[in-house]
Design a protein around this ligand. Sequence first.
Ligand SMILES: [Zn+2]
Length: 309
Amino acid sequence: MPRPDFPKTLAEFQVRFASEDACRRYLMESRWPNGYRCPRCGHAEAYPVAGRGLLQCGACRYQVSVTAGTVMHCTRVPLRDWFRAAYLVTTHTPGFSAWQLQRQLGLGRYETAWTMLQKLRRAMIRPDRDHIAGTVEVDETYVGGVEEGRGGGRKRDSSKAIVVAAVEVRGRSTGRIRLGVVPDVSGLSLVGFVDASVAPGSTVRTDGWQGYAPLKQHGYDHRPMTQGAPKEAATLFPRVHRVFTHLKTWLWGTHRGVSRKHLPHYLNEFVFRFNRRRTPMAAFQSLLGLTGQHGPTTYSRLYDAEPTG
Ligand SMILES: [Zn+2]
């Protein structure tokens, strides 16, 4: 689907989306890149009617809202504020707190900012359902508590969560990633994560840990690297370890660490941003709910998830 181009700077963004009208036009362009079509009869002409962003078909009079299926639907917050919030969340790597968002948008109520941020974060959960592929590095790390090397064995420490990462190798650089929390480092958990994240037939590089041994039976071209000292993992799998370093810095720097309960949500947010670091337009549209809005589950997924702090 062709996408309208993305503003390069905040100044450019503000000029372009200065009015409700401009935002509405953008929503129409995103939804009907080849021009409006009535969802019911296919007619190509519609007229705006009273109410925010309602269009009425010129032939069958069917009404459609330009915000249907997006996070903006049925909220009283102006489209401009939604657009700016999504832009800020997309482009500011460290992420935003509700308090910062309230200040930036000049919103009267903290609760409004909190709810908006919540909805934008929900949108980060949906898009990454497909499997990554090709040559992939997989490794785990401990998040939370006191960091320490793995040493000879892999002991369970209940104060820490175990995070597994799968990272695409693209020449010298890094492609897409997937992150997951696993209860332990057994084959069931680790291979389960790979099954859910990496396409069968991919080449999977891991260290020599026995938990990864079943990968071959699961249809992967498994390349275990036997290692000397545990420290060498960073050299063997530079991409995956760079991802872990960024992740931990972000979790501690922005959120002062997170509880195990909320960790999966933060991992989603991290993966979402990371995988769209070169395509901010896609990120922006995903956040507002402008992509995949024809899927019937999209809307409910945004609202049905359990509350988080
Ligand atoms: Zn119609």
